[in-house]
Design a protein around this ligand. Structure first.
Ligand SMILES: Cc1cc2nc3c(=O)[nH]c(=O)nc-3n(C[C@H](O)[C@H](O)[C@H](O)COP(=O)(O)OP(=O)(O)OC[C@H]3O[C@@H](n4cnc5c(N)ncnc54)[C@H](O)[C@@H]3O)c2cc1C
Ligand code: SF4
Length: 489
């Protein structure tokens, strides 16, 4: 049986064909020299890789080298590898003699499934249509030919604001226990820092699973205790609780520790036999089977240039305070709290990423390519394949809507409705002018004014543009935003 080379995001049992298959694991230090990673992300990747090596024992050859090429030169037998998750890595493995590249794993739908679905379609590719195809194809939450509950998406039931008393009563997700491997990783990272490799963010106890066992424990706990509240509060934000009822499983899926189909089948079982509410179950399945698989396929389906799109001509550099996660430099309560979450955990949930961090960047015209790098390196679950769709397409609208119908841009009213931030803020979400004008509200109108001719006219934007036309003070709003420039708000 061939030796299976596992990249550091292919660590679960579903990346092997046989429990005794010989394995190759390579820890490349150059990966950490090339980019400035969040310290906790670097810790998680190394911890997961080393835990896998410990689990496999003599079955695995574990190499610590500067580069993958150096590691491969030490191996004297042919190896095979599952299709890697970035274009650069795919090119690398395809160019090596003696390396056989197998189809991808770690996603529910195959490249052929997606080609079959996308091939017959005209016009823009939309997640909702792909999701329906994937549910039918894999018979998830369907009875006969119909979706369980009569509708394919219960999205409208997933948008509750946070509870008024500022608490979501769900048990906290189990936190993994650090062990000797984590201690060794921490000591190595300290040494690497002294040698000049730079990290950002705070170190802290490891919060995310590094083994399949830990990931499965988190999944089981989520399905039992947190899933019921997941659906209604999926979009809500609370200053006192960054986790709410989210699964915190993205890094486990993306490291390959957890098979997404197990999570989907587990959620379906929770609905069918344990009484979990359908809106929550369907909402979770939509994220994993719909969004996650969809953005994976789009990465390969669109040309490599998609990643460099900048159709809104956003030319400002991402400022130092944002790059360094300097939450204390920021007075805007929402942005400061969310940036602190990234600094302290390398994770915040979807809406802070999209409507606080991404929205602020979009309004200010920060360079999408720099933001791609920022999200990739600052988040424990960041990988290149997931960045292009989420950052370039969804959050920055830099491709003018290849996957969305309009830009995800909003003023302070959205944050005010979906969070408890505005009450404790020195700014006022209703104001667009003056010392206490909310930077999101001002930024919203300034963004629309600047991009009026670039954003394609469609029915969803028409009403917004009419509102902009009715603003008598738009020149003053724009001037106020220009004065703020790239300073922390
Ligand atoms: C600007 C921006 C950057 C993002 N960067 C990443 C990233 O680097 N890595 C990443 O995995 N997700 C990313 N996402 C998607 C999403 O925000 C995270 O997957 C989610 O917040 C992770 O937390 P969770 O595991 O608790 O997810 P839950 O809210 O519990 O959702 C369940 C699962 O659904 C999947 N999922 C949901 N939405 C998406 C999506 N849009 N794309 C891919 N998977 C999705 C994830 O695997 C997640 O674990 C990004 C979104 C935005 C708007
Ligand atoms: S007022 Fe504006 S800046 Fe302050 S928390 Fe609300 S949205 Fe954020």
């Amino acid at each position: 049986m061939s030796r299976r080379w596992l990249f550091a995001d292919q660590l679960g049992p579903h990346f092997l064909d046989d429990r005794r298959q010989p394995v190759l694991l390579i820890e490349s230090k150059a990966v950490f020299r090339r980019r400035v990673y969040h310290r906790q992300k670097a810790h998680l990747i190394l911890s997961a890789l080393r835990h896998r090596a410990a689990e496999l024992g003599a079955q695995a050859t574990y190499l610590r080298t500067e580069t993958y090429a150096e590691g491969l030169r030490k191996v004297r037998e042919p190896v095979e590898v599952c299709h890697p998750t970035s274009r650069r890595a795919l090119e690398f493995v395809r160019r090596r003699d003696g390396v056989t590249v197998l189809p991808p794993r770690g996603f529910v739908t195959s490249l052929d499934d997606f080609a079959e679905w996308a091939g017959g379609r005209r016009g823009a590719l939309r997640m909702e249509a792909f999701y329906r195809f994937a549910r039918e194809h894999h018979r998830v939450l369907v009875d006969g030919d119909e979706p369980v509950g009569g509708r394919w998406s219960l999205d409208v039931e997933n948008r509750e604001p946070p509870p008024k008393d500022g608490r979501l009563a769900v048990p906290a997700a189990p936190v993994p226990k650090e062990d000797d491997i984590d201690a060794e990783v921490r000591a190595d990272l300290d040494r690497w820092e002294r040698e000049g490799i730079r990290f950002v963010g705070r170190d802290g106890p490891r919060r995310f699973p590094a083994t399949t066992k830990e990931a499965q424990a988190r999944l089981r706990h989520f399905l039992r205790h947190r899933l019921p509240a997941f659906g209604p509060y999926e979009d809500a934000m609370l200053s006192t609780d960054p986790w709410l009822a989210h699964s915190m499983l993205s890094s486990s899926f993306n490291l390959g520790l957890l098979d997404p189909l197990d999570a989907i089948r587990g959620a379906e079982k929770a609905y069918r036999s344990q009484g979990a509410p359908l809106a929550s179950v369907e909402g979770f399945v939509r994220q994993v089977l719909g969004w996650r698989d969809f953005v994976w396929h789009l990465y390969w389906h669109f040309d490599a240039g998609w990643r460099r799109s900048n159709a809104l001509a956003a030319r400002r550099p991402v400022p130092g305070w944002f790059q360094e996660l300097d939450a204390d430099a920021v007075q805007a309560h929402c942005l400061s709290d969310v940036l602190a979450g990234v600094r302290d955990h390398g994770w915040v949930h979807h809406i802070p990423r999209l409507m606080v961090l991404g929205n602020y960047a979009l309004q200010r015209g920060w360079r999408p390519a720099e933001l791609v790098e920022w999200f990739h390196t600052r988040f424990v679950d960041g990988y290149e394949w997931v960045m292009t769709a989420n950052v370039v397409g969804m959050s920055q609208y830099a491709d003018l809507g290849r996957m969305t119908t309009k830009p995800y841009v909003s003023g302070g009213a959205y944050v005010n409705r979906m969070s408890d931030y505005c009450g404790g803020c020195r700014y006022d979400p209703r104001k667009r002018l003056g010392a206490d004008a909310c930077p999101y509200t001002t930024g919203y109108w300034a963004f629309l004014d600047r991009n009026r001719d670039r954003i394609p006219a469609n029915a969803r934007m028409a009403r917004t543009m009419k509102q902009l036309d009715r603003l008598a003070d738009v020149d003053r709003v724009v001037a106020q935003e220009r004065r703020r420039g790239n300073d922390a708000p």
